[in-house]
Design a protein around this ligand. Structure first.
Ligand SMILES: NC(=O)c1ccc[n+]([C@@H]2O[C@H](COP(=O)([O-])OP(=O)(O)OC[C@H]3O[C@@H](n4cnc5c(N)ncnc54)[C@H](OP(=O)(O)O)[C@@H]3O)[C@@H](O)[C@H]2O)c1
Length: 242
C-alpha cells in the first residue's frame, strides 16, 4: 500500500538546484513537509515552503547539526534523500587533488555523515526510507574523463548495499537511484575548462531524462509503502539506453 505524500517528512540534501531542488518542489506541491540542505542559503530560500537548512555536507559537524535542525523543524523524519553531489570531469593525468578530495568529501563522506546523523530519527520515522542519488557512473565508467566521479558513485552503490543490510532490521529501506543524465541541472558548471563544461551541459541536455519525468520516479519512491523496498532504480532517456 502506498503512503500519502502529504504524510511524509523529508530531508533533501542538494536542494538548492537541479535534482534535489526539483524533487523538493514536487514533494512540497503534493503536501509533504520538506527540509532542504545545501550551502547556498539564498537558493534554498527561493523554494516556497521549503525549510531551509544551510550547511556544507563535507564538514561532518555542520552535516550533523544541519540534520538535527531539519529533524526539529520537520517534527521527525521519514525520508532522507541524499542528492548533494559534485562532478569536475577531467582525466587522471591532468587531475587536481583538491577536486578529487572534494568529489569524495561531498559524494561519499558527506553522504555518510548526513546518513549517520539521520539514522536515529529515521528509526522513529514512519515507513522510513533513504534514497541515495547515485549515477549510472556507479555501475560503469563511460568516459575516461569521468573516472574519479565514477569511482565516487561506485562507492555510493556499495554504501547503499551495505546500509540496506545494516538497516533492514530497523525497517529502514535504502534505495539507489542511478540516472545516466538528467536535463537542466548545474552539475556541469564546475568543470575547470569552460569548453568542457559547455560540451558536458549540451550532452546532458541532449541525452538526459527530462527533469519532470525523473522527479515523478522520485515521488513514486517516496510514496512506496513499508512492505516493499526498491533496491535500485536505473534511469536513462529512451534514446540513450546506456
Ligand atoms: N545531472 C545529471 O545528469 C546526473 C546524472 C547522474 C547523477 N547525478 C547526481 O545527482 C545529484 C544532484 O546533481 P544535479 O545534477 O542536480 O547537480 P546540481 O544542480 O549541481 O546540484 C548539486 C547539489 O548539491 C549541492 N552540494 C554540492 N556540494 C555541496 C556541499 N559541500 N554541501 C552541501 N550541498 C552541496 C549543491 O548545493 P550548493 O552548491 O548550494 O551547496 C546542489 O544543491 C548528484 O549526486 C549527481 O552526482 C546527476
Amino acid at each position: 500500500m502506498s503512503i500519502p505524500i502529504a504524510d511524509r517528512r523529508v530531508l533533501v540534501t542538494g536542494a538548492s538546484s537541479g535534482i534535489g531542488a526539483a524533487t523538493a518542489v514536487a514533494l512540497l506541491e503534493r503536501g509533504a513537509r520538506v527540509a532542504g540542505l545545501a550551502r547556498r542559503h539564498g537558493r534554498l530560500s527561493e523554494v516556497g515552503g521549503l525549510l531551509a537548512v544551510p550547511a556544507d555536507v563535507s564538514d561532518p559537524a555542520a552535516a550533523g547539526s544541519g540534520v538535527d535542525s531539519a529533524v526539529t523543524a520537520l517534527g521527525g523524519l521519514d525520508v532522507l534523500i541524499n542528492a548533494a553531489g559534485v562532478s569536475f570531469g577531467g582525466s587522471i593525468e591532468d587531475g587536481d587533488l583538491q577536486e578529487w578530495r572534494m568529489t569524495f568529501d561531498v559524494n561519499v563522506l558527506g553522504l555518510l555523515a548526513i546518513t549517520r546523523a539521520a539514522i536515529p530519527a529515521l528509526r522513529e520515522g514512519r515507513a522510513p526510507l533513504i534514497i541515495n542519488v547515485s549515477s549510472m557512473s556507479g555501475h560503469r565508467i563511460l568516459s575516461p574523463r569521468n573516472t574519479v566521479y565514477g569511482a565516487s558513485k561506485h562507492a555510493v552503490q556499495a554504501i547503499t548495499t551495505g546500509l540496506r543490510k545494516e538497516l533492514a532490521p530497523a525497517g529502514i529501506r535504502v534505495t539507489a537511484v542511478s540516472p545516466s543524465y538528467v536535463q537542466d541541472t548545474e552539475i556541469h558548471d564546475h568543470h575547470r575548462d569552460p569548453a568542457q563544461a559547455e560540451a558536458a551541459r549540451t550532452r546532458g541536455n541532449e541525452l538526459g531524462v527530462p527533469m519532470l519525468d525523473f522527479v515523478e520516479a522520485m515521488v513514486y519512491l517516496v510514496a512506496t509503502g513499508p512492505e516493499m523496498g526498491i533496491r535500485q532504480l536505473d534511469l536513462s532517456a529512451t534514446h540513450q539506453p546506456d
